[in-house]
Design a binder for this molecule. Structure first.
Ligand SMILES: [Zn+2]
Length: 444
């Protein structure tokens, strides 16, 4: 085995050496369910799904434990739920449905664990208590903060010095902080916000502690690979490392993998630029395999320029390949193809190799080796469509409830909210029709 991965911690491509090759542990930071996922949220999911598939091939189907979390409590979720005048639970339920539907359409494998942050609050409280006891964290005005300077290796992952971090901290430092660079482990909830009781009063955890708690509970103190988007290196992963290392007194993960951003015509994806591409929208226009192919044409650490041209280019290739995509009983893989993936998941090279195999296969359509090399290659890249795609089990009660809320919004002359509810349902494949006797719905 010669899998090499670029480790953000060492800034080097390293030979992957698992702690225990019978039980390889990976954790990837998943999405925050405050809105329907956009393609940027899905890049790490697609890329690390390929890593999961590759490791299964290299080390055995049952040797990989993969956890990908769902953040179901967060400031963004609270703000969005308030805007929509629904509870945070309802918002999460609604976005989770769309997220799961997208995962299914894009044939993403089910990870071993898919934990939700709110299910691990007691573990977070235990970790925070321990960090206070050990002197790494302090309580101040109902908040608990991690005292960053107490952790010597802080900044190692992001290559930032404490001075850089202090300079980068907001000019206006919250009163409850001893030092500007300290970060929140627990904070009080305002009125009407969700809360959990804790030794420090009713409140909720900071975002970073959730991943430390879930990693620890599900996979143990030190795992093999921790992954996520480039934007998570600082502060999210830096803070996770600080908390977990001080709590467990050992390192958190041996390899840190980060994927690059998705650009639209050269600009960093950002909601304020209005160039977000919602996965649901993309899936209503393009074949899921085409969307995935587009993502894989660029190496995962590089930025992708997502454009109509890229989609059309990918569509053209998938159209040509389609007649040759089939299930095969053989597990035989092409060596050059595997070597490309073993080289820090070099998917552009792997796709190039598949194209060469395809060119041969076209000339020799009955050649069993070529059939299995082509299809098993597609399989590892997750490019074989999910033939067993299940019909999304839409909750009738939920739709009726949304119709009721829309009616209430109209009565209150909140037409923006009413329109938003109609649009959101439409995104989920439900069309509302207003008539004299009220509103009815049907699946699109
Ligand atoms: Zn995380």
């Amino acid at each position: 085995m010669s899998l090499r991965l670029y480790n953000t911690l060492s800034k080097n491509k390293e030979l992957f050496k698992p702690i225990d090759s019978n039980s390889i542990k990976i954790y990837a930071c998943g999405p925050t369910l405050y809105d329907n996922p956009h393609i940027g949220n899905f890049r790490p999911i697609i890329v690390f799904d390929i890593l999961f598939r590759l490791l299964k091939k290299l080390y055995g189907e049952k040797s990989i434990l993969y956890a990908r979390n769902i953040t179901d409590i967060d400031d963004k979720i609270i703000t969005r739920a308030n805007e929509l005048k629904i509870s945070t639970n309802e918002l999460v339920k609604k976005t989770e449905k769309v997220y799961k539907k997208n995962l299914n359409s894009l044939s993403i494998l089910q990870p071993t664990y898919e934990p939700k942050a709110t299910e691990y609050i007691s573990k977070m409280i235990e970790m925070i208590s321990s960090l206070i006891e050990k002197g790494y964290a302090y309580v101040s005005s109902d908040h608990v903060l991690f005292e960053t300077k107490k952790f010597e290796s802080y900044g190692k992952l992001s290559n930032l010095s404490l001075k850089d971090i202090i300079n980068g901290a907001r000019v206006e430092v919250a009163e409850y902080k001893k030092n500007p660079e300290d970060f929140i482990l627990w904070k009080p909830s305002k009125d009407n916000e969700p809360y959990w009781s804790s030794p420090w009063g009713n409140g909720r955890p900071g975002w970073h502690i959730e991943c430390s708690a879930m990693t620890s509970e599900l996979l143990g103190p030190t795992i093999d690979i921790h992954a996520g988007g480039l934007d998570l290196i600082f502060p999210h992963h830096e803070n996770e490392i600080a908390q977990s290392t001080c709590y467990h007194e050992c390192s958190m993960a041996n390899y840190w993998l980060h994927n690059g951003f998705i650009n639209f015509h050269g600009e960093k994806m950002s909601k304020s630029l209005g160039n977000i591409t919602i996965v649901n929208d993309l899936l209503s226009k393009f074949d899921p395999t085409v969307i995935k192919y587009s993502i894989l044409t660029t190496h995962y650490r590089q930025p992708i320029d997502f454009s109509d041209e890229l989609i059309l280019y990918s569509q053209n290739i998938i159209e040509k390949w389609r007649g040759f995509i089939k299930n095969t009983n053989s597990s035989d893989l092409d060596e050059v193809f595997v070597n490309a993936l073993n080289d820090d998941l070099n998917t552009p090279s792997a796709l190039m190799r598949l194209q060469q195999i395809f060119n041969e296969l076209k000339k020799n359509p009955d050649n069993l080796t070529l059939i299995s090399h082509f299809n098993n290659g597609l399989q590892i890249l997750g490019l074989i469509p999910n033939f067993e795609e299940k019909e999304l089990n839409l909750d009738k009660e939920y739709i009726e409830n949304m119709i009721f809320r829309r009616q209430k919004a109209k009565e209150n002359k909140d037409f923006d909210l009413a329109d938003k509810i109609r649009e959101d349902l439409q995104m989920e494949g439900i069309l509302l029709e207003d008539n004299k006797s009220g509103t009815t719905w049907k699946k699109i």
